[in-house]
Design a protein around this ligand. Structure first.
Ligand code: SF4
Ligand code: SF4
Length: 316
């Protein structure tokens, strides 16, 4: 597995980053033991880069790993915290949960615009302090927004950017594929660390998985690609594609089915939390107070599932 230095941070990361959202309680819901074994298996295949987040509830999979396994890992996590104290708690609670002294990268999760960044300025101050204290090594931001990715050139305090990007632009906010491509190029050329998310648009592009992953593998303006994974066979195929040794016979290792968000209206309390949670604007309120869904815009991130107090949304 090729290892790249993550922009100005100089952190060596495998080109394939293991995205833990899919294995976790919001989606496949692997047991702690199975999830932990999957992380160790990936590490043995040469993957050293792992993406998690407070929201994903996947910290417990890291905890049982040995100190030497954790030492070999580059771990990225994220938080939605607004205040100084909440961000400090996010970082410290996260470190306790994974049982490690530091995160390699810590991010503001899913930012939409310069306005939302401004709203998190106290949280950024906490991240700067945590970096001085050695609790994190680099500061970053994750986003689906083309506009914000473009505007990050004005914010060198963020050293690492984790933008949504795939061959067809599925799931992008506030701009086109071409504009995101240009924004990512600009950041890359200005030495930001770049790793991209959702090469398969959260599973929506599963039919053309080889073309999608090959495109992202060959995309020159990134240091790594995060791919959500839930079993050993998927990892084997992903690694083979990234290492350019995929063979058609490997297709049988995959269960190629479309992932969908399933809404159970009989459980819904019409609190509308999911509407504000979904930055892709998939969910809206109809005139008679019901929910309407524009599934073409959905990237199957599962964030609405985490926000629903009634368990009325599930991923299938
Ligand atoms: S509907 Fe849910 S899964 Fe789909 S993009 Fe919105 S938050 Fe993500
Ligand atoms: S968050 Fe859940 S309960 Fe609230 S409106 Fe959405 S689906 Fe219904």
């Amino acid at each position: 597995m090729r290892v790249n230095l993550l922009g100005c941070t100089g952190i060596p990361v495998s080109e394939l980053c293991f995205g833990t959202l899919v294995m976790g309680p919001l989606q496949a819901n692997l047991s702690i033991q199975d999830g932990s074994e999957l992380l160790a298996y990936s590490l043995d295949l040469g993957i050293n880069f792992f993406d998690t987040a407070e929201l994903y509830l996947t910290y417990p999979y890291f905890k049982p790993l040995t100190p030497s396994q954790k030492q070999r890992m580059v771990i990225n996590s994220k938080s939605y915290a607004y205040t100084y104290q909440d961000m400090m708690e996010s970082i410290e609670n996260g470190l306790k949960a994974i049982d490690r002294d530091y995160f390699d990268i810590f991010m503001l999760h899913e930012q939409e615009s310069l306005l939302t960044l401004k709203g998190h300025q106290e949280a950024v101050r906490a991240m700067v302090k945590a970096k001085e204290q050695g609790k994190i090594r680099a500061i970053g931001v994750s986003t689906h927004s083309v506009q914000l990715t473009n505007d990050l050139l004005l914010h060198p305090e963020f050293e690492v950017v984790f933008p949504l990007f795939n061959r067809v632009g599925q799931g992008l906010l506030h701009g086109t594929f071409e504009e995101m491509n240009q924004a990512i190029q600009n950041l890359y050329l200005h030495h930001f660390g770049i790793f991209t998310m959702k090469p398969l648009a959260g599973g929506r592009l599963y039919r053309s998985f080889l073309e999608e992953l090959t495109y992202m593998r060959d995309y020159p303006y990134k240091h790594a690609i995060a791919i959500g994974t839930k079993n050993k066979n998927e990892i084997l195929v992903d690694v083979a594609i990234i290492e350019n040794r995929y063979e058609e016979s490997m297709k049988g290792l995959l269960q190629l089915t479309e992932k969908k968000i399933f809404y159970r209206s009989e459980l819904c309390a019409f609190c509308y939390t999911c509407i504000t949670t979904c930055s892709s604007k998939v969910i809206s309120r109809t005139e008679d107070g019901k929910l309407a869904f524009d599934w073409d815009k959905c990237c199957c991130c599962g964030y609405c599932i985490a926000s629903c107090p009634q368990f009325a949304l599930r991923v299938l």
